[in-house]
Design a protein around this ligand. Structure first.
Ligand SMILES: *Cc1c(COP(=O)(O)O)cnc(C)c1O
Length: 472
């Protein structure tokens, strides 16, 4: 076989650059970017020829390479466009898990996204006080709202709730001891563990009680002259049942006052309204923590609050002031995207009535099974109408909150279950990851399940389009 002949049929880069299609690409994307892509395509064909084993027949291979060379302009065009595709893309969440950390947790509402876009494309008074005509503070945009909603004295916001815990401990407990119950020494995920954060903050952790039981006397006996804080951590991502006891912040308050030791509480999810009204077990609310006398409370912005990633810290002014002076604050500070999105989310909480319609996370959390079933039926009809090839059925399923929140809460829901005719379920799942708008679902009992809790009405058509593309 003669590979040299094949090598010789690859057009030279300079000649390719003079072809009409390539010239038009250069017009749109510039000479140097397009030249790079042309070089890469040429190099790839060269490598393919080089790698082909001489021992095998060349006929079919030769054909394939010559065909490739024939459509070399198309290959360049595809590469030019693919190279500029964003790697981060919107997708359809058919898992039913509302706060899926891998899928970006809380989606924002259309109203907020639109308003965000306007604000972000212009300058803003992020750190400018318009009334006084001088430098302002980025936290000022949220402080008043946070205080009004939660009843706290003061507030600030950092990058995420993991940062909150780090900042709080390194401001209030550095060089001293923090008392924490063994039942609350949790790992949040991504190797973020309460004992490690204490170590990182240069605070010595004093463990008290046992995994299942901690009494008030345990706190009392652990106090020394070096005690800087009591740390309470809401075990939001797991649950101990049975023979258990823990000390609530309100029962710790007397001890805290007597010894002048502040209580810190990491609430995790930041729930601002009673979840019972959605038929979900009561989750400790931020307002309750403040009311029971916790000095500093922190929680996430993108869990049950339904806003952007953020770590919200509220509580006594003297502690918040001290945190603002900590050099770490500069490293953990939020940008204008977060300030804007969080302010817009918090604004919705100023009037709670009908809030489920305005915060997507709450909408998904509060939707009833019959209402989800209706949407499943509409999707079913669309599958029929568009002749999607496969077996389709609507079945009850259970959705989860996710994001390490309410691990034992399962919400009744409905799914469209699909079994393809031509390909396997796992092949379908794989292909759905590569459609224009990828769809993530669950594979169970040899079917592909789309839980409609996390699919909105206006996304139904797009689910169908993804299926059409995957089954092509
Ligand atoms: C989720 C969680 C965190 C971490 O919050 P992020 O915003 O994800 O950094 C911290 N503490 C608790 C109790 C949590 O549940």
């Amino acid at each position: 076989m003669d590979k040299n002949n094949l090598f010789r049929s690859i057009p030279k880069v300079d000649l390719l650059l003079e072809r009409e299609e390539i010239l038009s690409l250069i017009q749109d994307y510039g000479l140097s970017y397009v030249t790079d892509q042309v070089r890469e395509v040429v190099e790839e064909i060269r490598e393919e020829i080089k790698a082909y084993p001489e021992s095998e027949g060349i006929d079919g291979f030769e054909d394939r390479i010559l065909k490739k060379i024939e459509r070399i302009e198309d290959l360049v065009m595809e590469r030019v466009e693919e190279g500029l595709d964003l790697k981060l893309r919107p997708l359809l969440n058919g898992t039913g898990t509302i706060l899926h950390t891998n899928l970006g947790r809380a989606p924002l509402s259309h109203k907020i996204s639109t308003e965000l876009a306007t604000l972000l494309s212009s300058y803003s008074n992020l750190e400018y006080n318009l009334e006084e005509g001088k430098r302002g503070e980025r936290y000022s945009h949220m402080k008043e709202m946070l205080c009004k909603i939660t009843g706290a004295e003061d507030a600030m916001v950092v990058n995420n709730n993991a940062s909150s815990v780090l900042l709080i401990l390194s401001t209030l407990a550095k060089g001293g001891e923090v008392i924490v119950s063994r039942g609350e020494l949790i790992e949040i995920g991504g190797k973020f563990r309460i004992p490690d954060v204490c170590a990182q903050s240069d605070a010595e952790m004093v463990e008290i009680g046992t995994t299942n039981k901690t009494h008030l006397s345990d706190y009392q006996e652990a106090i020394t002259e070096n005690t800087k804080a009591f740390l309470k951590v809401h075990t939001s991502n797991y649950r101990i049942m049975g023979f258990t006891e823990s000390v609530e912040a309100k029962d710790l308050k007397a001890l805290s006052l007597e010894h002048n030791i502040p209580i810190i509480e990491d609430l995790g999810s930041g729930v601002l309204l009673p979840l019972e009204k959605y038929g979900i077990r009561h989750e400790p609310m931020v307002q309750e923590a403040i009311e029971s006398g916790v000095d500093v409370v922190c929680f996430s912005g993108d869990k049950l609050l339904g806003g952007p990633q953020a770590g919200i810290i509220i509580g006594k002014k003297k502690y918040i002031d001290a945190m603002k002076k900590n050099p770490l604050t500069r490293a953990l500070r939020i940008d204008k995207f977060t300030v804007a999105a969080l302010s817009m989310t918090l604004r919705e909480y100023l009037h709670m009535e009908g809030i489920e319609e305005r915060i997507p996370v709450l909408k998904m959390l509060s939707e009833t099974a019959p209402s989800i079933k209706e949407r499943a039926e509409r999707l079913y009809d669309l599958f029929r109408k568009n002749h999607i090839q496969g077996e389709c059925s609507i079945r009850p399923c259970e959705s989860q909150v996710g994001g390490g929140s309410l691990p034992d809460t399962f919400m009744e829901s409905y799914a469209l279950c699909f079994h393809p005719r031509q390909i396997s379920v796992s092949e379908l799942e794989k292909r759905l990851h590569f459609t224009k708008e990828p769809l993530i679902g669950r594979v169970m009992e040899d079917d592909f399940w789309i839980d409609l809790r996390t699919i909105r009405e206006e996304e139904l058509e797009r689910v169908v389009e993804s299926f059409q593309e995957a089954l092509e």
